[in-house]
Design a protein. Structure first.
Length: 371
């Protein structure tokens, strides 16, 4: 294997090596954005929410005493049970353009999954739901938005040569923040609000737990059967609130109600990647201060997740929500937005985004194979 050594990550030193791999591989790449070190370190803490229902093992590839690749084998028990108890995953994959390095990483990750009784593997995945650091970027290698994977073009060949096959194309859309389409939505939204059935409002931070519960209900009703969705249990509300509070702008979490019932929502997040890049992914006290000071300069949004309860679709809720969002984005100086992670075969969702003026501009892919 051309001097490639695989090390299971256990010590602080090995966690540091795991974090350093992409820093070495992407040095000089103007489009790469480092994941905040604080977040990467959290992946190895037993207190991470994932470990209440899963297990994982990270590996680092060493060559000439230097870290040249990394991978994490992931066993999410709920998702595995939805696939006959046999599905595991690989994530956070990084490698030099060397088949021997990639093979050693895949060998280690797949062997760990097999040791847990798993016989099929999906990737790239992560420790969170599938809108965060999932998929391999295969089209348009520009700077990613918050939570979206970025990688060199040669990664796809490494996965295909291993025998993985594409099982899902996930699309990202650019959203216009000016022009005729957003302008047409506004009078439609105003008419809907006047009829008394549809009401729209933004997240209320004083009642964030209540609003998080509304979102949980909409997600569980609206995402049944969509892209291997797993229901969000009530006990995850506190975790949701904890994750949202530091990064959310309440003006961009918009809820829609039909006759007073929670029926639709969109959760958009400031593109903190702009700030992460500014501090080079560091999370020491000084870097965190610089990160917070940079917040006011963030002028991009990622539309992270949106959905509508099936019985309330085609009642104009989406138009009312997007119109409200467009108006607020303009007022707050947002110049670009992305609606990401929409499955190519989710025709209803694609139609809604395109009706709002969205244009497909990026593609990520999932891959699977028997192991």
């Amino acid at each position: 294997m051309s001097g490639v050594t695989i090390i299971p990550v256990q010590s602080r030193r090995e966690i540091r090596q795991f974090i350093d791999v992409p820093c070495r591989l992407y040095a000089g790449d103007p489009n790469w954005v480092p994941i905040l070190e604080m977040e990467q370190k959290s992946w190895f803490k037993p207190s991470h929410e994932f470990y209440s229902h899963g297990a994982a093992q990270a590996f680092v590839a060493m060559q000439d005493d230097q870290p040249v690749g990394r991978i994490m084998a992931i066993h999410e028990k709920i998702r595995a049970e939805n696939h006959g108890g046999k599905l595991g995953g690989l994530g956070f994959f990084e490698s030099t353009d060397d088949p021997d390095v990639a093979k050693a990483l895949f060998d280690a990750g797949e062997a760990w999954l097999r040791s847990r009784g798993l016989s099929r593997c999906r990737g790239p995945i992560s420790l969170t739901e599938n809108d965060q650091y999932w998929g391999l970027l295969v089209h348009n290698f520009s700077q990613p938005y918050l939570g979206m994977n970025y990688n060199p073009p040669y990664y796809e060949k490494l996965w295909l040569d291993r025998g993985y096959e594409c099982t899902k194309n996930m699309l990202s859309f650019e959203l216009p923040l000016n022009g005729t389409i957003p302008d047409r939505l506004i009078p439609v939204a105003e008419r809907l609000k006047k009829n008394g059935h549809v009401t729209v409002r933004t997240l209320e931070m004083k009642h964030i737990r209540r609003d998080a519960e509304f979102i949980r209900q909409i997600v569980n009703k609206g995402f049944v059967g969509v892209d291997d969705h797993i229901d969000v249990p009530p006990e995850m509300i506190d975790s949701m609130v904890k994750q949202l509070k530091p990064i959310v702008d309440p003006d961009f979490v918009i809820l829609g109600f039909y006759n007073g019932e929670p029926a639709s929502f969109v959760l958009s997040l400031p593109d903190w990647h702009l700030a992460f890049k500014h501090v080079k992914g560091k999370s020491d006290p000084l870097s965190l201060v610089r990160l917070l000071l940079y917040k006011k300069k963030i002028n991009r949004l990622r539309v992270s997740i949106f959905g509508t309860v099936p019985e309330y679709r085609n009642k104009g809720l989406e138009a009312a929500i997007f119109a409200h969002g467009y108006q607020l984005a303009r007022q707050k100086g947002i110049v670009a937005a992305e609606a990401a992670w929409t499955a190519d075969d989710n025709h209803l969702m694609k139609a809604g985004i395109e009706a709002a003026g969205g244009k497909h501009y990026k593609t990520h892919r999932w891959y699977e194979r028997d192991i």
